[in-house]
Write a protein that binds this ligand. Structure first.
Ligand SMILES: NC(=O)c1ccc[n+]([C@@H]2O[C@H](COP(=O)([O-])OP(=O)(O)OC[C@H]3O[C@@H](n4cnc5c(N)ncnc54)[C@H](O)[C@@H]3O)[C@@H](O)[C@H]2O)c1
Length: 262
């Protein structure tokens, strides 16, 4: 219950979903959590539940990061969690042939630019102590191609790679600032709502989405938060530039796995 005692931990996009679960888990471990989200109201609600600070922060806005820096010039942990699929408002084509440049850029602005700006802020905010932990929430979609969500997959692949650049840069600088990525798949959060719908076929859709997942269920946000706690804590002192999959076994195999007789 005290793995993060005294650490200032900033979590982006923590007004709901995985980010809120991470903020909760950090608070339970004694952290001084700062809940941030582009929706001030949701950030405020989570912060009041946890009795911690909150700030409206759109991760794609450089000015918002500057404002965060003014209020929190030092931090020990930053979780770059805020992310969008691009399907929040409407289901539109995001495949490589039909995606619009506007939609492509909008997804990258949040997922990739937001993570770049967050890492840049965090390195500066951790430099005085010479230590800290940056946790980037990528996705299993950053490790494989996703034809129907090409912008999302591209942005998450770039997050995975940037994590390693940040890790190596900090090490080269003699800084004990670690940077690692987490790669969830099918974690039940509001992000899934546009894809699941609320019609009579919701249960069937849910089952279909996890039909190929070896553990045959959606993950729980708290299960992702447990990994974030590990990476944020000093228990992970020798981990940097690493990627942790949390996907019910999805990436352990391949659709082309030969059967026993072949
Ligand atoms: N849920 C999954 O199955 C899953 C799988 C892989 C990766 N992820 C990643 O986990 C992270 C959290 O996803 P989630 O499922 O909790 O999503 P969610 O949609 O439930 O929550 C995302 C949160 O981010 C906030 N947000 C969106 N754009 C923002 C911006 N520009 N600035 C600040 N905040 C912003 C939203 O307001 C919301 O509170 C995302 O990066 C997502 O890509 C989720």
């Amino acid at each position: 219950m005290n793995r993060l005692t005294g650490k200032i931990c900033i979590v982006t996009g923590s007004g709901r979903g995985i980010g809120a679960a991470i903020a909760r888990a950090f608070a339970n471990e004694g952290a001084k959590v700062v809940v941030t989200d582009r929706h001030a109201e949701s950030a405020k609600a989570v912060a009041s539940e946890l009795g911690c600070d909150f700030l409206r922060l759109d991760v794609s806005s450089e000015a918002d990061w500057d404002a965060l820096k003014a209020g929190f010039p030092h931090c020990d942990v930053l979780v770059n969690n805020a992310g969008v699929t691009g399907f929040e408002d409407a289901m539109r084509p995001h495949d490589p042939e039909n995606a619009t440049l506007e939609d492509w850029r909008a997804v990258h602005a949040v997922n990739l630019d937001g993570t770049f700006l967050g890492c840049r802020y965090a390195i500066g905010a951790m430099r005085d102590k010479g230590a800290g932990s940056i946790v980037n929430i990528s996705s299993r979609s950053g490790l494989v191609g996703i034809p129907a969500a090409a912008a999302y997959a591209s942005s998450k692949a770039a997050v995975r790679n940037h994590t390693k650049s940040v890790a190596l840069y900090c090490a080269e600088q003699g800084l004990n600032i670690r940077c690692n990525s987490i790669h969830p798949a099918a974690v039940l959060t509001p992000m899934w709502e546009p894809m699941l719908g609320d019609g009579p076929d919701r249960e069937a859709r849910m089952a279909a989405f996890v039909a190929d997942t070896p553990l045959r269920r959606f993950g729980d946000p708290a299960e992702v938060a447990a990994l974030a706690v590990l990476l944020a804590s000093d228990e992970a002192a020798y981990m940097t530039g690493a990627e942790l999959n949390i996907d019910g076994g999805l990436l352990a195999g391949s659709a082309a796995t030969p059967n026993a007789s072949s």
